[in-house]
Design a protein around this ligand. Sequence first.
Ligand SMILES: Cc1cc2nc3c(=O)[nH]c(=O)nc-3n(C[C@H](O)[C@H](O)[C@H](O)COP(=O)(O)OP(=O)(O)OC[C@H]3O[C@@H](n4cnc5c(N)ncnc54)[C@H](O)[C@@H]3O)c2cc1C
Length: 300
Amino acid sequence: MKLIKDGMLIVRPSESAHQLLLRHEQTDTLIGLLWNPICLSALNINCERGCASVFTNVISDALLGSKRSSDLLFPTSDLTSLFASRAGRYIQKHKGTIRLGRRAKIIQGTNNELKLEDSNESFSHIVVATSPHNLKTTFKEPSMIQSTIDQIDQFTYEPIYTIYHQYKKDSSTGDRMIGLNSPYAHWVFDRGITHHDAGLIGAVISGSGPHQDLTNEQLSIESAKVLDDAFGLGTPLWSKVLAEKRATFSCTPGLERPAQITEKNGIILAGDYTYRRYPATLEAAVRSGIEASNIILRSL
Ligand SMILES: Cc1cc2nc3c(=O)[nH]c(=O)nc-3n(C[C@H](O)[C@H](O)[C@H](O)COP(=O)(O)OP(=O)(O)OC[C@H]3O[C@@H](n4cnc5c(N)ncnc54)[C@H](O)[C@@H]3O)c2cc1C
């Protein structure tokens, strides 16, 4: 592998991960069996369409960082109890208020102060942490951040499909997570091992592909066939397809992503799409949140 020459990797602006890999003499086999699966799992888009510079950021942070940077973490509980509930308790303990189940709408008061619809309070800063496609509807007058909205209007999105198959309780793939080079099951998670859901196997398909042309029933059948070929699991007792059509923004070459500080004084963005070094990941979302709080602290 000659991807990194003399410790340096030169990425051309606006090239795809595939173009970068070809320039660095990566063979079709290496691209197909190593780099493309890494690109799909990290960027949720294949090498041909994925952004080379974000791809190399991920690779270098994971492989050339500290020993723990390449840890693969498997949560054993759901993400709400893992992080959100704990963060919520911390906020309340420090006298913050959380209003669940309410859609925020940002308005400008008569003196240009920032307010929320249906509330008398005004705020010096508002961190808007919605996904990009919800940003516009979070403002009564989106024109107050028009150039940001214009950038986000250029975004396209990639899906993630998860097909759950329930087998008899003693069925297992034998591993927490296995990668398969199939368009109908990129990654296979054994929930019996990770979450004590015996016999429940999840097949995940990252990004766009031929699976989007199938009905849920056809996709369940195709994915169960792949699992049967790989692990001899037979026919599932039941299957369920969860299709998240706008799971991530498309991390394509040259995509312009908005800055966290917007043109409207006091309106700060957070969310995976604002952390420009990384693709749409939990890590990008968390890092953008930390940066948003630092922006406010620096302005006080
Ligand atoms: C199926 C699937 C699997 C994934 N797997 C992984 C993975 O394995 N690893 C990984 O790192 N990433 C994964 N991701 C990506 C990860 O979930 C995102 O990168 C991350 O959730 C982005 O966080 P965020 O805070 O930027 O936005 P979001 O998680 O989208 O949060 C935005 C929130 O804003 C709320 N909201 C929107 N409008 C309003 C409003 N007006 N008022 C109040 N609230 C509002 C929404 O309800 C939502 O809860 C996956 C995504 C999907 C869909």
